[in-house]
Design a protein around this ligand. Structure first.
Ligand SMILES: Cc1cc2nc3c(=O)[nH]c(=O)nc-3n(C[C@H](O)[C@H](O)[C@H](O)COP(=O)(O)O)c2cc1C
Length: 216
């Protein structure tokens, strides 16, 4: 697949077929994703591939914790967001709302969906060794970018799931992840449900003039 076409086409998937993703396909995907550059080629990431009963068990734990602790998806801001960020957030809401299952509040759909990896058969948990400073989170971000694009080229849908970082301890316990690792992000992976209206939602981007400053 042409790289630029893939970049343009890709959007997050929030409804998946039950069809499991073949292990070889996940291996191929990870082989591509881990071609991502990283500082000093440290490749500071570790990926835990969770599927089958383990994935269902993990989802049950996360949904339960999310409800117990009233955790909700948010921008991770230190203070109130300036209006132009709020506007972008509202833009996403407007694209998703018309395609939500009837009577499902947006926040419930996102919170429960995220903890359930939107029903994807595979969840990837990406960790960073705590020996690193937050500077290495950038490397994980680059990896996730490669991951979602490679998945798209392999005809798989993905959704990055940041919400799960609120449950770092629960995830580590459930998956026997060593204490020195930090859960940075999850990614839902599976075959897109072509009939689900939610997958028709297509988020937009602001014109580059809004995010670029030129100095000449
Ligand atoms: C770091 C990161 C964390 C995210 N966390 C979540 C999440 O917890 N739940 C969710 O539904 N989507 C999550 N997303 C997906 C974004 O909402 C999505 O990428 C954004 O709205 C742009 O839409 P697109 O991926 O369809 O282009 C996350 C994306 C990123 C990059």
């Amino acid at each position: 697949m042409d790289l630029l076409k893939g970049i343009e086409e890709r959007r997050s998937t929030r409804a998946f077929l039950e069809r499991p993703v073949e292990r070889e396909k996940i291996e191929t995907l990870i082989n591509y994703a881990t071609q991502a550059p990283s500082a000093i080629n440290l490749q500071p990431w570790e990926l835990i591939v969770v599927s089958g009963e383990e994935k269902r068990r993990l989802s049950r734990i996360l949904v339960k914790r999310m409800k117990e602790r009233n955790i909700s998806c948010g921008p991770g801001a230190k203070s109130p967001l300036p209006e132009y960020f709020v506007e972008r957030q509202r833009g996403l809401l407007d694209t998703i709302l018309p395609n939500l299952p009837e009577q499902t509040p947006f926040q419930d759909f996102i919170n429960e969906g995220s903890c359930n990896f939107y029903g994807a058969p595979t969840a990837i948990i990406i960790t960073l060794d705590q020996v690193f400073s937050s500077a290495r989170l950038t490397d994980i971000g680059v990896l996730v970018g490669y991951f979602v694009l490679a998945a798209h080229a392999l005809e798989l849908g993905t959704c990055p799931i940041g919400l799960i970082t609120a449950f770092d301890d629960d995830i580590k316990e459930a998956l026997s992840i060593r204490d020195e690792k930090q859960v940075v992000i999850g990614v839902a992976v599976g075959y897109r449900d072509p009939h689900s209206p939610i997958n028709r939602s297509r988020s937009e981007r602001v014109p580059i003039g809004d995010v670029v400053k030129w100095r000449e």
